[in-house]
Design a protein around this ligand. Sequence first.
Ligand SMILES: [Zn+2]
Length: 411
Amino acid sequence: MVSNSVGAAGDGSGREGSADADAGGADAGGADAGGADAITDVRLVDGAGLSPECTVLIDNGVISAIIPAASAVTTAPGAVVVQGRGGTLLPGLIDAHVHLLGLPDLERATQWGVTTMLDMGTPAMALTDSLRHRPGLADIRGSGNSASAPGGIQTTRMGMPAASAVTGPGDAPRFVADRVAEGADYVKVIVEDPAIMGAAALDVATIGALVDAAHQAGLKVIAHATTAAAVRLATTGGADVVTHAPLDAPLGDEVTAALVASNTVVVPTLTMMRAVAAAASRGQLPTHGAGVSFDHARATVSAWHRAGLAILAGTDSNMAPRSPAQVPHGESLHEELALLVDAGQTPADALLAATAAPAAVFGLTDRGVIEPGYRADLLLIDGDPVRDIRATRNIRGVWLAGLPAARPQAD
Ligand SMILES: [Zn+2]
């Protein structure tokens, strides 16, 4: 499948000039052994169109220059020059909402061109840490445990430790200190709808105290919210990012206006919401009497787009057995892009939602664009994704800090 079309993992396809490299001559001032030193004759997304063909030079995993395609590429003997003619080069994709359980999750996502994954809640930060810094695989950030209300399903059914329940505003600094101690990159807060979850929903004072403590520690807060009432609570509580687009009803103009006024970023996870709506329609999930429909989520994202909210592409991809719905890593981000376009974004908007926009929101200042000085996280595809977003699936090659995507160990 995709692994067969990713032709840069050491099998010689799509590469030139590496056959007679000896160990001493392989360093052309480029990436580590096997890394690309140049990708030639590619077009880049440039506003709402594509640039003329150009060549991207890479040095030590970082984009060093972009030169006209007609220029002679001078590299040292043994340099890896990837012929990209006819292709479009994109920044590696960033999935702003995933849950990682192990190495196969990273491998699958990477094969699909996802070069950064933002984990949004794990029972064990040690697991997230064990997956970090693997050459040729997606780079990851994580929230560690999610904050939730005592007695909620997070701690009783979904495997989060009891200490991740926050008993009130006074307990918020303790929770955030625990996340800082375990090296969390941001804080995830489960904001439930009190009309559904009763006492197992965090109140607005506790949400606000979590936001204050996180901000004092220099961390952003991402709030899970799946109903209109929960989105309102999260916004009032001051969350920086709200994730999921509610299925119970289209979000009213008033709540959208509040999101705009507070500059809140949204991560709709349409792929997950569609899977949840499908599971609910089969009677596999409780709906609490609400008229659950994916059409509501789609309408809300359309309204968010028209209102000018910052929208990030995130899938909620996970293979967790106790999840409301399993969403495959990697491929789902391409589906999310198509769903964002279906909801009203232009393809160029959707590409930004999976590259430069999440990089800016999450402070990943070394990635998200193809410019000198940025990480060589790159995705080479056939076709023009600005005309047809589905072209992102036509993957020819994936590089992570200049290294070709690692082959899955078992697939
Ligand atoms: Zn999630």
